[in-house]
Design a protein around this ligand. Structure first.
Ligand code: Z5A
Length: 213
């Protein structure tokens, strides 16, 4: 499926404890060092309504969402996020960096929960309609990522899943990266944090050089 690619749209993906927050800070510093305006956002979330939907998705206190509900909540949040945050920013010439985007639905609800990838692709086409120019995938063995997350406080509903769920999520991401090798930069996130960040920033700089500031 070919969807329009936005040259200034970058996404960050990875499993539990991959180190997205750390890399995000390095990307922000790289943009700021070049004086480039960028919007930093996240999924699920990125708008007040989408943040409320995030709360529903990750809530551990009420009735658990079914896989289909989880998927549709992710896309409901994304529909709002794309139209009210991402597209307006891109249209005014800003760069956009999103901590997770549609690939997360393929990995978590497709790979992890076993939902049909064609169904997800249909939602992507109808509800989202855009893809990033660059997706940085922080790939880390499940056990290493989970070890990093231990001791970080109460787990949300998805964080409370079992290891085999996270193995399927990881594989889901790797399959996406293999199928769209031109868009993905897969980074070995078991390296030291500064090495991971340096690789991410180098790839971002190459994209900036290609897309123009
Ligand atoms: N979700 C979904 O199911 N479907 C969808 O469509 C979407 C999302 C969009 C929330 O995402 C949940 O939503 C997520 C997927 C689901 N499920 N879960 N679980 P999130 O991105 O907000 O939550 P998260 O995945 O739990 O991200 P996080 O907590 O922000 O983790 P992180 O950013 O990857 O990790 P970090 O905070 O940067 O690092 C974790 C720790 O590791 C921290 O102590 C660091 O200091 C340490 N760290 C980081 N890098 C390193 C290295 N390289 N070495 C050693 N230690 C490190």
């Amino acid at each position: 499926m070919t969807l329009p690619i936005h040259a200034r749209f970058v996404t960050l993906e990875g499993g539990e404890g991959a180190g997205k927050s750390t890399v995000l800070a390095a990307l922000r510093a790289a943009f700021e060092a070049q004086g480039i305006a960028a919007v930093y956002t996240r999924e699920p979330g990125g708008t007040p309504l989408a943040e409320q939907i995030r709360g529903l998705m990750l809530d551990t206190h009420h009735e658990p969402a079914t896989a289909e509900t989880e998927l549709l909540l992710a896309f409901a949040a994304r529909a709002q996020h794309v139209r009210t945050t991402i597209l307006p920013a891109l249209e005014r010439g800003a760069w956009v960096v999103s901590d997770r985007f549609t690939d997360a639905s393929y990995a978590y609800q497709g790979g992890g929960r076993g939902l049909d990838a064609d169904f997800i692709a249909d939602l992507e086409r109808r509800v989202v309609g855009i893809r990033p120019a660059l997706t940085l995938l922080l790939d880390v063995p499940v056990e290493v990522g989970l070890q990093r997350m231990r001791g970080r406080g109460a787990a949300d509903r998805i964080e409370s899943e079992r290891n085999d769920f996270f193995e399927r999520v990881r594989q889901g991401y790797r399959d996406r990266a293999e199928a769209e090798a031109g868009r993905f930069e897969v980074i070995d996130a078991s390296q030291a944090a500064d090495a991971v960040a340096a690789q991410a920033v180098a790839r971002l700089r190459a994209l900036i050089a290609q897309a123009g500031r």
